[in-house]
Ligand binder design. Structure first.
Ligand SMILES: [Zn+2]
Length: 240
């Protein structure tokens, strides 16, 4: 082992001993090899593996949009799971720092996917209405997008897609009511900025796909070259 590497490893172990880091889900003290979550919690996370499957349920949800070339989600979202807890803490307990491990993990999966272009021009996070943004203090999809953009060496565009209508919370609504609730909620401010571009459209949790479909309906008017629809978690019951 080279000296620098040895020094780093020993240094990390000493810091962990003096200031023990805890698993952000169960609170177990982490070893120097573990990051964010302990091994047991990490093993409980259910990966979809959709980034290695071009024809997956997420892609099928959006395949009717002409520009969508790929769709995928990183994890399955089950109630009372680490993933549900993580999303809850990020969104409602406003733990903005959790966007970093999520964005990194998502980035590593996307970078290895043969179905996602290597030269993505920009990532568009699903926007919040300015009122909700003010209440929460940040947009969780945008925070994840920033860390994802670092891994993929691309940019984040928070200007082009705007939420112009405040909508009621979608959970608890029927599919029909969701569609009515959110119709006309999004608009483009500068379509030229994404014309002919390779885009990732990013959201945190995918349930029925209503929100993302409305975003795509607006985005396709700008004629981008391609859109990959990507979410952190997928809460749909129908699985492969
Ligand atoms: Zn744990």
């Amino acid at each position: 082992m080279p000296w620098l590497q040895l020094f780093k490893t020993v240094g990390k172990a000493v810091i962990d001993f003096v200031f023990p880091r805890q698993c952000s889900y169960c609170g177990t003290v982490l070893t120097s090899q573990e990051e964010v979550w302990c091994t047991r919690c990490r093993l409980s996370i259910k990966y979809t593996n959709y980034f290695r499957m071009p024809l997956n349920p997420v892609y099928y949800m959006f395949s009717m949009f002409k520009d969508v070339i790929f769709g995928g989600a990183l994890w399955f979202y089950d109630r009372r799971s680490l993933v549900a807890n993580l999303i809850h803490e990020l969104k409602f307990l406003r733990r903005k720092e959790l966007a970093e491990p999520i964005g990194k993990e998502l980035g590593e999966e996307l970078a290895e996917s043969p179905y996602v272009p290597k030269d993505i021009d920009t990532i568009i996070p699903v926007p919040l209405h300015p009122k909700r943004l003010k209440w929460r203090g940040f947009n969780q999809a945008e925070e994840v997008a920033r860390h994802l953009a670092l891994v993929l060496n691309t940019t984040v565009n928070t200007q082009v897609l705007k939420r112009i209508q405040e909508t009621e919370a979608q959970s608890g609504k029927s599919l029909h009511d969701r569609w009515i609730n959110i119709s006309g909620a999004f608009a483009l401010t500068d379509p030229e900025s994404i014309r002919g571009k390779k885009i990732i459209l990013l959201d945190d949790v995918l349930t029925t796909g209503t929100t993302l479909s409305h975003c795509l309906r607006v985005i396709e008017q700008a004629n981008p070259e391609s859109v990959c629809v990507v979410t952190v978690a997928f809460a749909n019951k129908a699985r492969f």
